[in-house]
Design a binder for this molecule. Structure first.
Ligand code: ADP
Ligand code: ZN
Length: 298
């Protein structure tokens, strides 16, 4: 049994993935479009959605999970815009407007990590949980938190990739974030690892000194989330987490940092507390489906 058909867009700095889908076993069509200049990219997306709808059926809603920062406030005049991104040409781009106009259906606009977390809560590793967090560790670092079933937004959306951390004692890398240098993203994103060690993260051996430092930073990030908005599970995804040996290191370091201070039952089994995404590359797409279907229900 499928829910309503949703037009989905995972909007990334390198690529856009657009699809029509109604559930995990019903992805009717999916297309990858490179993120070039906004005008060109958006018109390719409009073409895709128009053609796909005539071939596979009209979607009932549009759901976008985007890179940011983005304006997610429906009451704002710039709702649906990418705001101050360092991505050339994309600052202050209205992404939602032209797509919603083309499809003429209700729409939801959220972050890429919110979408991934919502996908995991609906069909994946955090299925059925009301409190969960997600970090994606790739070209950048993004984070999302769900509390009592709500993805938290505020005056803006969470920017957990830019939290400050205590430096690891032996790490002298100055940091890679163009805004803050040694924030979480500046210290632990894929490009940060590459710049620190002069080698792509994927080429560093599992026993390389890089991974203890990396695990320390990720464990600190998890600790900070735990202290602010306690999740029942933390999902770590993104390219860097393809290094499966990082998971035990992060769990061990987090256990160390916690010092038995918190005593939720969920923390007793670290293997089940810090986990990879279960939906893999489909987390964002399926999260958009779930967000679109929720929009139609509410
Ligand atoms: P993006 O963030 O651009 O959507 P990814 O999540 O794949 O894409 O992140 C890309 C980053 O992840 C790059 O910096 C790359 O070096 C790193 N990365 C990709 N695959 C691996 C891997 N198997 N092991 C470690 N790092 C990886
Ligand atoms: Zn930063």
């Amino acid at each position: 049994m499928h829910g309503p058909l949703i037009a989905t867009l995972e909007s990334g700095g390198t690529k856009m993935v657009a699809a029509l889908a109604s559930g995990p076993d019903d992805i009717l069509v999916r297309e990858r479009i490179p993120t070039t200049a906004p005008k060109e990219t958006i018109s390719a997306l409009v073409n895709f959605f128009t053609q796909a709808s005539s071939q596979f059926g009209q979607p009932e809603a549009l759901a976008i999970g985007t890179f940011g920062p983005a304006d997610l406030n429906p009451d704002s005049p710039t709702y649906g815009h990418i705001t101050t991104t360092p991505k050339p040409g994309w600052s202050h781009t209205n992404l939602l407007g032209p797509l919603q106009k083309a499809l003429d259906v209700p729409a939801i606009f959220d972050t890429d990590v919110d979408a991934a977390l919502f996908g995991e809560v609906t069909w994946g590793a955090a299925k059925g949980l009301k409190n969960a967090a997600y970090f994606t560790i790739g070209t950048g670092i993004g984070g999302a938190v769900m509390i009592n079933g709500h993805l938290i937004h505020g005056a803006g959306h969470p920017e957990m990739g830019h939290m400050r951390l205590k430096r690891h004692a032996v790490d002298h890398f100055e940091g890679h974030c163009p805004f803050h240098k040694d924030c979480l993203e500046g210290l632990a994103s894929g490009p940060a690892i590459q710049n620190r060690w002069q080698s792509p993260a994927e080429d560093l051996a599992p026993d390389h000194a890089a991974w203890n430092i990396q695990a320390d930073y990720l464990a600190q990030a998890c600790l900070n989330v735990l202290m602010i908005a306690p999740p029942q599970k933390i999902i770590l995804g993104g390219g860097v987490m393809h290094q499966a040996h990082l998971f035990p290191l992060v769990r061990e370091r987090l256990t160390d940092l916690l010092q038995d201070y918190l005593s939720y039952p969920e923390l007793e089994d670290m293997d089940d507390f810090i986990v990879p995404p279960a939906l893999g590359d489909n987390a964002g797409l399926l999260g958009c489906v779930a967000l679109g279907q929720r929009l139609l229900r509410d």
